[in-house]
Design a protein around this ligand. Sequence first.
Ligand code: ATP
Ligand code: MG
Length: 399
Amino acid sequence: MQQIVIRYAEVGLKGKNRHWFESLLMRNIKKHLAVFGQCQISKIHGRIILQIDSEVQPVQTALQFIPGIANFSITEAASHDMTELAEVALSLTRRFLSEQPHAATTFKVSARRSDKTFPMNSMQLAAEMGGQILEKLPDLKVDLHRPQIDIGIEIWPKNRAILYLEKIPGQGGLPSGSAGKVISLISGGIDSPVASWFMMKRGCSAVFLHFHSFPFVGEQSRQKVIDLVTHLSRYQPESTLIIVPFSDIQKAIKADCSEKNRTLLYRRMMYHIGEKIRSRYRALAFVTGEAVGQVASQTLENLNCTAAVTTVPVLRPLIGMEKAEIITWAKKIGTYEISIQPFDDCCTVFQPRKPEIHGQLQDITADESHLDVNQLIDETLEKIEVLTFQTQVQNKFWI
Ligand code: ATP
Ligand code: MG
């Protein structure tokens, strides 16, 4: 059985709600790790302890995707007995040296005690352990600033201690579900998957909503969105993707409305339908990948015309970012390679030659009144497709 000790991010700062956040994080971890079989999970003042029987590497990969985890360590357990602590510290050091192709020469011991009855303070304990390691491995040198081996020791109450070699970084952020549910408008582009990830990392659980314009847009663009959601489903325990057929609505807009307003009216119809889905799922906000001025539909006037359909917040975590910055994030979270596959989005269907750049709400709603919006919504809702995804664990990706 292997013990993994998890340190959490902002959850630790949540005052009276802390217990609720911790329990939610533990529940999420259990769900994410369910594919690996049984694991035992418990908590001890500011740490979550995971005991697993399965192989460590895949569990380690899965933990790195779970929002709310600051970092974690694969640990060895010990008591407060100095001889035992020194033995474990030495065996960890020897293990590190045996696993490194070029043997390390410098080390440091970092100690921390949450049990103030332990007879030494952290500095004294680190110095004592360092001295014992040097005695047995005299070729090593202490380097407090850039050590090759960093041996961590935490002294816990009730005669418990842990030792480890590494703090493996997690996602940070807040546990999935702690901030409520959002409807994430996802295209096959670069931006919206990044926007979804930003909000998932802040504790939102995302229900993905995609508008697909079959047969004007091919099956491959639908598959691309499924691939994106499959990838993003690593960041929350369960995901839902709702695919809405959009071509009839686009045909109606083409037939009955002004050419220059098409893109804005497409977007408004996404919100009209989105509103129905939002109340079905009891979601509290929308998420989009918009950034001011990036394309014609993203001027401030046009953002006003589209979001005016809804009264709940439209969260746009990328609003002030440049494309290059968004691409860097897309690469980091692993969606970029999927997003750059060259399959069209529905917004390219019947694209106006000269789109409206400074839309005025009264003009756009007047143009929209040429449509039977309610009937279009009702007909479309009958044809939606709902796909569900369990969290994915693959070793393939993580930077
Ligand atoms: P992205 O890279 O996310 O596609 P974009 O820069 O191409 O964004 P637009 O095409 O104007 O910008 O889309 C703006 C936002 O509208 C997207 O980020 C997404 O949230 C939403 N959106 C666009 N197309 C769709 C679609 N087919 N289904 C659901 N939402 C969409
Ligand atoms: Mg797009």
